[in-house]
Design a protein around this ligand. Structure first.
Ligand code: SAH
Length: 249
């Protein structure tokens, strides 16, 4: 029998044409695919009929199936000798708990092959006309989760981030938006700093909400922003009106 193996595959931000060739091949050859809704409707609709399809997660942090159970299922399917693909939104190793799944599988003697995907952290701002770096505006980019409990010992230090130059990209930032923005303002970040929220980036119904740091929380609430969405904070947001003024409208 071949050694049990799981492919931990990134599906990219949702546009099916942003799947890698390797992801597409592994999906088409799989016996079992455990996928998150974050992968997006269009890619989910393209999963092969011959495979057993198991929906395990809504969005990161909002799993319909608890993470422990997902890990157990991956182990069970792999030990049964099935060709298992664990399909995750964006890149498996950026805020997707892919690292935890890989650790768990490895601890059970199961081989893991990670297949990088295009991360939403870069591709979603890009689809809205926002390059994260630019010689005139930003030489530093920080990627943070907006979802963590405040005051968690090793969590996000918003006061430190407030003092950083460059671009701040917040994933999973919808539910705690007002708190996190408040912490940045309190830390000294200018309320005039340009901001954009991109909801469902690279998908057909993408929306972009633009404001300043001082105004973004209220505008997002008024516009009823829903996950998945990415918040970009920094002067690079100004480039949008030159690069893709029509995107998301
Ligand atoms: N591993 C993923 C991120 C998982 S965390 C990646 O590399 O993209 C889940 C967060 O990703 C969401 O809360 C949202 O902030 C972001 N996200 C993923 N796809 C998105 C999309 N199409 N549009 C906007 N945000 C997206």
């Amino acid at each position: 029998m071949t050694k049990p193996k799981v492919y931990l595959v990134g599906a990219g931000p949702g546009d099916p044409e942003l799947l890698t060739l390797k992801a597409r091949r592994l999906i088409d050859e799989a016996d079992v695919i455990l996928y998150d809704q974050l992968v997006g409707e269009e890619i989910i609709a393209s999963l092969p009929d011959h495979a057993e399809l198991v929906s395990v997660g809504k969005y990161a942090g909002h799993h319909t199936v608890p993470q422990e159970r997902i890990n157990e299922m991956l182990v069970e399917y792999a030990l049964r000798g099935r060709r298992v693909v664990r399909l995750k939104g964006g890149d498996p190793y950026l805020f997707g708990r892919g690292g935890e799944e890989a650790e768990e599988l490895t601890a059970h003697g199961i081989e893991v092959e990670e297949v990088s995907g295009i991360t939403s952290a870069i591709a979603v701002p890009a689809s809205a006309g926002i390059p994260l770096t630019h010689r005139r505006y930003a030489s530093v980019v920080s990627f943070v989760t907006g979802h963590e409990e405040p005051h968690k010992g090793d969590g996000v230090h918003w006061d430190t981030l407030a003092r950083l130059e460059g671009t701040l990209v917040v994933l999973m930032g919808v539910s705690r938006l007002a708190e996190n923005v408040g912490a940045l303002l309190k830390g000294g970040k200018s309320p005039e700093t340009p901001c954009a929220i991109i909801e469902r980036g690279t998908r057909k119904d993408m929306r972009i909400i633009e404001s300043t740091l001082g105004g973004i929380a209220e505008k997002a609430k008024a516009e009823k922003v829903k996950p998945p969405a990415i918040l970009v904070i920094g002067d690079v947001v100004r480039l949008r009106e030159h690069i893709a003024p029509e995107a998301g409208t």
